[in-house]
Design a protein around this ligand. Structure first.
Ligand code: ZN
Length: 584
């Protein structure tokens, strides 16, 4: 019943429409197919092309530019703008010869050189329509060119009249639905006449499209080696290329971006804000990106002249803050800084993700465990990773890890109490070591104690017994292991150099009764041996013979270079192993 009623109603509407149509013929039943026209500009770019582009933009008109390679070289920014604003870039030879007078190689080079120049704006792999200079062709040149050839159906002879009003009238007089109009943007009058004609034709229902779009929208193919003069209505209009749609979501804590476009169109995109051309990334399916980012995308049947408006989306999504790892007495705890976030961790050295074990409370650790943790879940993007290690010796570090060359020595030195951590799980391996610190490390290693008399004998004005290095300096000075810069000056806060370090360590070994066999000349192998201070040379030679210090990979000793905590820990443990080997 309902169906029948529907049919009857539809029939009534049809009758009414026909009746009304008879009385009011202007009342449209359906939107009329658009009248399309392709305006083309030859011989540029030139000094008026930017003004023309401004005019086209203001009118929402697209055009095709048959450029000379020589002019494109002179106006590279204009070529880029033509391309960027969705017009079609096309090839009109390098310098406008009559191609029929050239050899085969001459024709090819006119076309190919120009293609390469245009590629600088449009990207490699772009296809260009060609218009032969003067329209002068033979079957030989057509086949050598090997691209679709574009003639024209409307020629206002603008180059001859040089009068804007005449150019306009000549265009208006001859333009029809599907016409290809020939103008030259190297004449100011042609630019004015063309823009005035566009205004008038738009009022009469014309839409200005590129040559590529004129043919695509009407379901026609542009064939290589064949001349095309116009594209009359076919009863079909596929419509302009629709802009793509960019969407995003959180998937497994990562930012997933999806771009959709109409069937058959290819999507070109960038995520770093870079301009799009033929060489841009092509969308093949949803992808992951780092937030925040700006996604630019365009849908195209051909990036050169058959594409949508460009879409740009600045994407931000809430990102969880990294959790804080804490280990006390072998128990791992994670602290969350993001409301609503869940915490995840691994204990096998791999990076934690939202698919890792969820943290629900303190976890007991075995020594020698690398901990990775992150926050995230739900609509939140995952935090960056937090990483820490609970060492084999039961130390907790946030900034040194197994695999680093000094890791094991640092762990040993901290466990033995020679070096202390910097608090809060920090070892600070790259931090420079001062003279006061180095002597302190050695003092702790020695296991000895400075006596009251030794403390009383300290003559340096910049070393007081209350400082953490006070006892150490007094102990070392009394044993001849260190000396000051003068009787009054020790400079405990100054970064220790490698040659000073040699003197201090060699002094300590000598104090312990170790002698270096035949060390004279041992430093000569260093490329920079001449830079070693005379007062340090003997010590550097001994350290070299003992294999406690060596040159860098370039064969230099670098006597004046400083030392880091990582290096000091490593040297101290080498010293400990060396003395153990000596039975000391
Ligand atoms: Zn020309």
């Amino acid at each position: 019943m309902r169906k029948q009623g529907g049919k009857r109603f539809a029939a009534a509407v049809l009758v009414l429409t026909l009746l009304l149509g008879g009385f009011f013929p202007a009342m449209p039943v359906k939107a009329a197919a658009k009248k399309l026209v392709a305006i083309t500009f030859d011989d540029g770019p030139g000094p008026y092309t930017n003004r023309l582009l401004d005019g086209l933009k203001a009118r929402g008109a697209k055009a095709t530019f048959f450029m000379l390679g020589s002019r494109a070289e002179a106006y590279p920014e204009v070529v880029k703008r033509v391309y960027r604003e969705g017009h079609q870039v096309a090839n009109h030879s390098y310098d406008h010869p009559d191609l029929t007078t050239l050899s085969d190689a001459g024709v090819r080079s006119q076309i190919q050189n120009t293609n390469q120049i245009l590629n600088r704006a449009c990207g490699k792999g772009t296809s260009y329509l060609v218009r032969s200079p003067y329209g002068s062709e033979t079957s030989r040149t057509r086949s050598l060119i090997g691209a679709p050839l574009i003639y024209w159906s409307v020629d206002p002879v603008d180059w001859k009249y040089r009068n804007a009003e005449t150019v306009k009238q000549n265009i208006l007089k001859n333009t029809f639905d599907g016409a290809i109009v020939l103008v030259h943007d190297i004449h100011s009058t042609s630019v004015d006449g063309a823009l005035a004609a566009i205004d008038s034709l738009k009022r009469n229902g014309y839409e200005f499209v590129t040559v590529q779009e004129l043919f695509r929208r009407r379901g026609k193919t542009l064939e290589k080696g064949v001349d095309h003069y116009s594209c009359k209505p076919t009863g079909k209009d596929l419509g302009p290329v629709k802009a793509p749609v960019i969407s995003n979501e959180a998937e497994n804590g990562r930012l997933k971006i999806t771009i959709t476009a109409q069937a058959g169109a290819q999507i070109y995109y960038s995520t770093n804000g870079s301009a799009l051309n033929q060489e841009s990334k092509r969308y093949t399916g949803p992808f992951f990106a780092d937030a925040p980012c700006t996604v630019r995308a365009v849908a195209a049947f051909d990036m050169n002249g058959s594409r949508s408006e460009e879409i740009s989306a600045a994407i931000t999504r809430p990102t969880a803050k990294a959790p804080r790892i804490q280990v006390e007495n072998g128990m791992l705890t994670l602290e969350n800084f993001t409301e609503g976030a869940m915490l995840f961790y691994t204990l096998d050295g791999t990076a934690a993700t939202v698919n890792s074990t969820e943290y629900t409370g303190p976890v007991e650790l075995s020594p020698g465990t690398v901990i990775s943790a992150c926050a995230g879940g739900g609509e939140l993007l995952s935090s960056r990773e937090s990483r820490a290690v609970y060492s084999r010796r039961g130390n907790f570090f946030r900034d040194i890890f197994p695999g680093q060359w000094y890791y094991n020595d640092a762990d040993r030195a901290v466990s033995s109490g020679y070096l202390y951590g910097m608090g809060d799980g920090l070892f600070a391996p790259e931090q420079p070591v001062t003279r006061g610190q180095l002597v302190t490390f050695l003092y702790r290693y020695s296991g000895e104690q400075a006596s009251e008399e030794e403390l009383g004998a300290l003559s340096f004005e910049d070393v007081t017994p209350e400082e953490y290095y006070g006892e150490a300096v007094a102990w070392a000075y009394a044993r001849g292991i260190v000396s000051g810069y003068s009787e009054k000056v020790f400079l405990p806060e100054r970064r220790v150099t490698r040659e000073e370090m040699s003197v201090i360590f060699a002094g300590f070994l000598t104090y312990r009764g170790i002698s270096a066999p035949d060390s004279a000349g041992a430093a000569e192998k260093y490329l920079d041996s001449g830079r070693i201070s005379p007062w340090a040379l003997g010590a550097v030679e001994k350290m070299t013979v003992w294999n406690l210090l060596a040159g860098d990979t370039n064969g230099k000793f670098l006597p004046g270079a400083g030392s880091t905590r990582g290096q000091a820990a490593s040297l101290l443990m080498r010293l400990a192993d060396f003395l153990e080997g000596e039975g000391m």
